[in-house]
Design a protein around this ligand. Structure first.
Ligand code: CP
Length: 310
């Protein structure tokens, strides 16, 4: 089976194919129309070992709109709490004849490990600091719809780049689609040798924002910092918070994005986050359902006897 463990490994034409497929679901979603039942008879297990609002619910809604039988496993209520290993959990889900498994896990690489142990497609819903591929796809779709294209767009990704799977997947997807990607973070939250990913690194947010088409803000992930640098919220906001004043350095029609959950008043002010024309934050959530419908459909095509990837 082919899995979706990350953007790494996808060709640009495959990313575009998934975006095109997602585009086809947007209108149906707006009217809450059921799909054509193409996933009827498919059992989709969402195994979430880490908290989620957007990703879990949108994978559930996406599966249900396509007619799948959707089952959610929350780690907090599962035998994981009794010490069951990740591999044993995966083998158990497999024995129940899941047809597709969606996994979120706090450890980088956990999703790939599970993918090797089960005989159905596995979709990564975020693993540690590694990747969050459907987030990057929904972000690329949002940019393409709002800016006309991804190619040539100057996208500034600002925040805790070091701990962010969203940043990693977005860097891979946006550079693959020929955007100009700038990353901005305090030096303590910037991964080493980030330029090797084809991006330009900044520690000065004001400089990074010059001429930006898209400003993507990230949350400081205190839960992934073990005793290291935890910036004070006030200090962080002064240097890296997106305010209306700061946004004025970007293009006049620059788009503001955030994958959520937001820490209002820290990385972004409410004035910017709730801006009626500039903010695409709720649109990102909307695109998430369409992207997850596309991914569930495409990844299960082979097992349904339908022609798969383009
Ligand atoms: N953006 C995102 O992954 O949000 P959740 O953690 O709520 O799923």
């Amino acid at each position: 089976h082919r899995h979706l463990t990350g953007i790494a490994g996808l060709q640009p034409h495959e990313i575009l194919f998934l975006l095109d497929e997602a585009e086809g679901w947007i209108e149906a979603n707006r009217t809450r129309a059921k799909g054509d039942g193409r996933l009827a008879g498919i059992t989709q297990i969402n195994a979430f070992f880490e908290n989620s609002t957007r990703t879990l619910l949108s994978f559930e809604i996406a599966g249900k709109r396509l007619g799948a039988d959707v089952v959610n496993m929350h780690a907090a209520q599962s035998s994981v709490k009794k010490g069951e290993t990740l591999i044993d959990t995966a083998v158990t889900l497999n024995a129940m004849r899941a047809d597709v498994i969606v996994i979120r896990h706090m450890s980088s690489g956990a999703v790939r490990l599970i993918a090797e142990k089960v005989d159905c497609p596995v979709l990564n819903a975020g693993d540690g600091r590694h990747e969050h591929p459907t987030q990057a796809l929904l972000d690329a779709l949002t940019i393409r719809r709002r800016r006309g294209a991804v190619e040539g767009q100057r996208v500034v990704i600002c925040g805790d780049v070091l701990h962010s799977r969203v940043a990693r997947s977005n860097i891979l997807a946006l550079t693959a689609l020929a955007a100009e990607v700038r990353v901005c973070a305090p030096s303590t939250l910037m991964p080493p040798a980030i330029e090797e990913f084809g991006v330009t690194a900044f520690t000065d947010f004001d400089a990074a924002l010059e001429g930006a088409d898209v400003v993507m803000m990230l949350r400081v992930q205190n839960e992934r910092m073990s005793g290291g640098f935890i910036p004070s919220s006030r200090e962080y906001h002064l240097r890296y918070g997106l305010t209306a004043e700061r946004l004025a350095r970007a293009k006049a029609d620059a788009l503001v994005m955030h994958p959520g959950p937001m820490n209002r008043g820290v990385e972004i002010t409410s004035e910017v986050a709730d801006h009626p024309t500039r903010s695409a934050i709720t649109e990102q959530v909307e695109m998430g359902v369409a992207v997850r419908m596309a991914c569930l459909d495409v990844l299960t095509r082979k097992s349904r006897g339908v022609e798969g990837w383009a």
